[in-house]
Design a protein around this ligand. Structure first.
Ligand code: FAD
Length: 509
């Protein structure tokens, strides 16, 4: 181990380009039946950052906490640790903060969320409440969705049938989950008929990033309803980056080893940092792929838990159109009445712009993304042409497809537990040798797969670390979560000039 000076890196994000409602998106709107969003989903379970302040080494050298990963969980943890006046080093492998919640302001003329876009349950969890002080505009998602049946929209009666079947499918899974953690797909009702592929797509790939054959019924049933969403006009990633403002983040600093034999020693290519504790927020697939070496190794039980929470596949194929090519409203969500797993969803005219996202997910999305970006764009353009006519393809000005399964620092989208694996989330909440805590979307029992869940789990891990540092007794996890939620509701980013985030520039072994 050698003493090193890690560069404190200013978080480099371009300010979101100004943009507004596209007049074109308001024209040529068809009249079509809609389901209320509440009813529909009830069925289914870069601001430029300010100058970063540094982190002060503790008197004994090193820091109180090393936080690995500056996604939602890492940022939330760092804010909490800093507010408590403890020293920390937040290490991020990529050259930007945000992880799976990042807004790209370069590819298109408008902000483009490459990962998370919807703020789920804004009234319950803190993220949306923190937007206003950050000068980010949030607004409610439209309350309904549409279903395309070939080249027309579903009629009211068809939508009602579909909704009824979707509700009964969700109920069947929830009922089965009361007695056993079975495979979701095995307990679907027999009467889904020709709506079955659509119901399976919405509850499986679209909701869980996995086909229902791969999803635990208990995890599905425990998942908090995500029926009220808000959107960020500047992008969800822009909001998250703003919440990291003022936090010292060491970008391009991948952690190689976490050694807990004597205190905590965290090795990076830039040197080794000594710490009293660590919070590790990297994705489950990153841990399962041994991207970080733990010394001593994690227990077989923990490794098994990471494996059971493997990430599903979920990607956006983004099209910037010349005008309102699909004739849809701002932020309209459209499904098709599918006949196979080769289907997708459309989030049209994002925040009133001419950017639309085609969502591909589950096993079909995984296979497609393995073929590369061109194949993804090709599928999405042809699929849209099948639903809206060939002229749609001519209206595409620019395109891009995410490939999260191939993202070097993530290796997937988000975690839905494998059948029988829901208990794995609690196992990840247990500390390793009273020194390392895991956090992230997978470490939340009801909000898994969301930025809100990652945020709350980061705060919860920080609370556990703070108790450990002050020698307090462990509280029950339910109480911890309640406390973290209460605090985050009232918590605001520190005022400029006050020094809570960080402290030192120098780390010593
Ligand atoms: C396409 C897509 C759409 C989504 N849509 C939504 C949505 O609409 N709403 C929603 O709430 N959620 C959505 N999600 C899920 C959401 O993005 C995630 O649940 C959340 O962002 C996870 O945050 P996290 O902090 O747990 O992990 P991450 O964001 O993955 O953060 C972990 C960080 O660790 C870093 N890292 C990895 N390895 C190392 C290492 N060795 N050393 C240092 N750093 C490392 C990574 O670079 C990353 O920045 C979506 C996800 C995807 C992929």
């Amino acid at each position: 181990m050698c003493g090193v000076l890690l560069p404190i890196t200013t978080i480099a994000f371009a300010r979101a380009a100004p943009f507004g409602q596209s007049g074109a998106t308001r024209k040529h709107l068809e009249t079509m039946p809609r389901l209320s969003r509440r009813a529909f989903l009830a069925a289914s379970a870069a601001f430029a950052a300010g100058p970063a302040t540094g982190a002060r080494a503790s008197a004994s050298g090193g820091v109180d906490v090393v936080i690995v990963g500056a996604g939602a969980a890492g940022i939330a943890a760092a804010r909490r640790i800093a507010t408590a006046g403890r020293t920390f080093a937040l290490l991020e492998a990529a050259d930007h903060v945000g992880g799976r919640c990042i807004t790209d302001t370069r590819t298109f003329t408008v902000p483009y969320d490459r990962g998370a876009h919807r703020i789920h349950r804004p009234g319950t969890y803190p993220i949306a409440g923190l937007a206003r002080p950050q000068r980010i505009e949030v607004y409610p998602a439209p309350p309904s969705q549409k279903v395309r049946v070939g080249r027309r929209y579903a009629r009211q009666g068809e939508l009602e049938d579909f909704l009824t079947l979707q509700v009964s499918a969700s109920r069947a899974i929830a009922d089965a989950a009361r007695t056993a953690d079975v495979v979701c797909e095995q307990v679907l009702p027999d009467n889904l008929d020709n709506w079955r592929p659509t119901v399976e797509f919405i509850l499986g790939p679209f909701g869980c990033a996995k086909d229902l054959t791969q999803v635990s019924a208990v995890d599905f049933a425990n998942s908090a309803k995500r029926d009220t969403d808000t959107f960020c006009r500047q992008g969800f990633g822009t909001l998250l980056a703003a919440l990291a403002e003022g936090i010292a983040v060491h970008l391009s600093t991948p952690v190689i080893t976490v050694d807990t034999r004597r205190g905590v020693a965290v090795e990076t290519p830039k040197g080794t940092i000594a710490a009293r504790t660590a919070i590790v927020t990297v994705s489950t697939n990153m841990v399962a792929a041994d991207s970080i070496k733990f010394i001593p190794d994690l227990s077989a039980r923990q490794r098994d838990a990471f494996g059971k929470l493997a990430l599903g596949s979920y990607d956006h194929v983004a099209f910037e159109f010349g005008g309102n090519a699909l004739g849809l409203d701002s932020d309209d969500l459209v499904f098709e009445k599918a006949t196979s797993t080769h289907t997708a969803a459309i989030l049209a005219n994002v925040s009133g712009t001419s950017l639309s996202l085609i969502e591909v997910a589950g096993q079909f999305g995984r296979d497609l993304s393995a073929q590369g970006e061109a194949a993804m764009v090709d599928f999405a353009a042809n699929w849209l042409a099948g639903l809206y006519g060939a002229d749609v393809k001519k209206a595409i000005k620019r395109s891009h497809a995410t490939r999260w399964n191939h993202d070097r620092w993530t290796l997937g989208a988000f975690s839905a537990a494998a059948p029988g694996g829901q208990g794995a989330r609690r196992i990840l909440m247990e500390p390793v040798r009273d020194a390392v805590w895991f956090a992230g979307e997978a470490v939340h029992e009801t909000l898994w797969g969301t930025v809100g869940g990652a945020w709350v789990s980061g705060e919860r891990a920080a609370e556990a670390v703070l108790r450990r540092l002050s020698g307090e007794k462990e509280l029950g996890s339910a109480r911890i979560e309640k406390k973290a939620k209460r605090r985050s509701r009232h918590h605001r980013a520190p005022r400029r000039g006050r020094p809570p985030f960080g402290a030192a520039k120098r780390f010593q072994p």
